[in-house]
Design a protein around this ligand. Sequence first.
Ligand code: AMP
Length: 238
Amino acid sequence: MSQAVADARSCNVGPVILLGPPGAGKGTQAKRIAESYGVPQISTGDILRANVAAGTDLGRKAKAIIERGELVPDSLVCDMVSARLVEPDSARGFILDGFPRTVAQAEWLDSFLESKVFENQPCSKLRPIVIDFAVDYNSLLRRLTGRRSCPTCGRIYNVYYQPPRVDETCDVDGTKLVTRKDDDEQVVSERLKEYERKTLPLIDYYRAKGRLRVIDGDRDMDAVTRDTLELLSNGNRL
Ligand code: AMP
């Protein structure tokens, strides 16, 4: 392991919040940051989908809401996140992907990070760094409606930007690719409306607190990753 990688994997990263509309590439970038720093990616969408698949109480409450492209109630999501943030693997920091999504969630998160419940985590003294991935509306539509994934290995494709070699078939294992139910065109338009109504105000919320960093997400994924990692490695906390 190189010294730079070893340093990244032992430092306290603190809370990293990724903002940006659905399809902006938060999940991809979150995975790459998580890998570089050895801290968890906490995706509320993934946790909710896992609950739906497992048929838990939370999953049963969330299923229809997710399928309509609407937001799950704040109280359910905040309870889920608070349980996750006190886990031992979040001690040095974590990447929040898809949370907060409303001003109420952001206010809850601010008070949670300063609360007694969180104070034993070593990264609790670090202020969150908030990164917004800015992406043009039309490319979002293509990214979301073109997204396909392999149910066997989890690899993600896009029929416009990153198609498989054989139509609708995974390059790795030949499985037929699937479309996420909420990537259907009508649901995508509802998800983007929800984003504009409820999540966009977070940009002003964090800008007013002087914490917002904006990265142009309309470039190839590697360029976005380079800028994101550079911003984090500079300890660029406002
Ligand atoms: P995502 O994978 O982040 O696009 O999330 C998929 C769906 O899960 C969203 O469309 C919402 O229905 C739900 N969801 C994920 N995160 C949140 C959140 N922070 N607040 C409310 N609902 C959420």
